[in-house]
Design a protein. Structure first.
Lengths: 113, 116
């Protein structure tokens, strides 16, 4: 079955530490890839997306992600986190030309001030 | 811009009761969907629609019905609520092109449902 795996369920970092959240998917075809963020008490918002082209994509608030096709991965990175980055992060995948967007289980990030 | 609007935001039901979660979007999006969010399980797709009159099942459709009579509205119906349906429900919409949607979703603020 098609699935999206996020490696870490909970991550605790201090401010200014670097962040990398892993995401792997099991789709065999061409995919569109997304990272969404959910701040406490809020709905999901798009952080960044990859459709095609440069596999290194930049999103809002200093986040970036790299698509590695051979590894079926789309890892999220940020060089220096802030307390305001405390949130839950979801990786999501849509098969190009398809109608279903499948989400990973999410990673809860807590940044200590 | 209102975006995606969900009502109600909170609801408590007794087992066996029925209810409808409302979702409306004003972005003229063809694609609309319902997800449920449960701790440790992320978001799971319940049903989706690619246009008025067209709906299909997602990952966890059992116990839920949907219909799409207009482009703007996509209500989710629970015919006989069960405690296992206690969850936070999110409606999302997306712009479609050439019959498929890009996957970039715009979410409502969620509806927290508790079934006793």
């Amino acid at each position: 079955a098609q699935s999206v795996s996020q490696h870490n369920h909970h991550v605790i970092l201090s401010e200014a530490a670097s962040l990398e959240l892993g995401c792997n998917y099991s789709y065999g075809g061409t995919v569109n890839l997304f990272w969404y963020v959910q701040y406490p008490g809020q709905h999901l918002q798009l952080l960044l997306k990859y459709f095609s082209g440069d596999p290194l994509v930049k999103g809002i608030k200093g986040f970036e992600a790299e698509f590695i096709k051979s590894k079926f991965s789309f890892n999220l990175r940020k060089p220096s986190v802030q307390w305001s980055d405390t949130a839950e992060y979801f990786c999501a995948v849509t098969l190009t030309g398809g109608f279903k967007t499948i989400f990973g289980a999410g990673t809860r990030l807590f940044v200590k001030a | 811009n209102a975006g995606v609007t969900q009502t109600p935001k909170f609801q408590v039901l007794k087992t066996g009761q029925s209810m409808t979660l409302q979702c409306a979007q004003d972005m003229n999006h063809e694609y609309m969907s319902w997800y449920r969010q449960d701790p440790g399980m992320g978001l799971r797709l319940i049903h989706y629609s690619v246009g008025a009159g067209i709906t299909d099942q997602g990952e966890v459709p059992n116990g839920y019905n949907v219909s799409r009579s207009t482009t703007e509205d996509f209500p989710l119906r629970l015919l006989s609520a069960a405690p296992s349906q206690t969850s936070v429900y999110f409606c999302a919409s997306s712009l479609s092109s050439t019959g498929a949607h890009t996957g970039e979703l715009f979410f409502g603020e969620g509806s927290r449902l508790t079934v006793l």
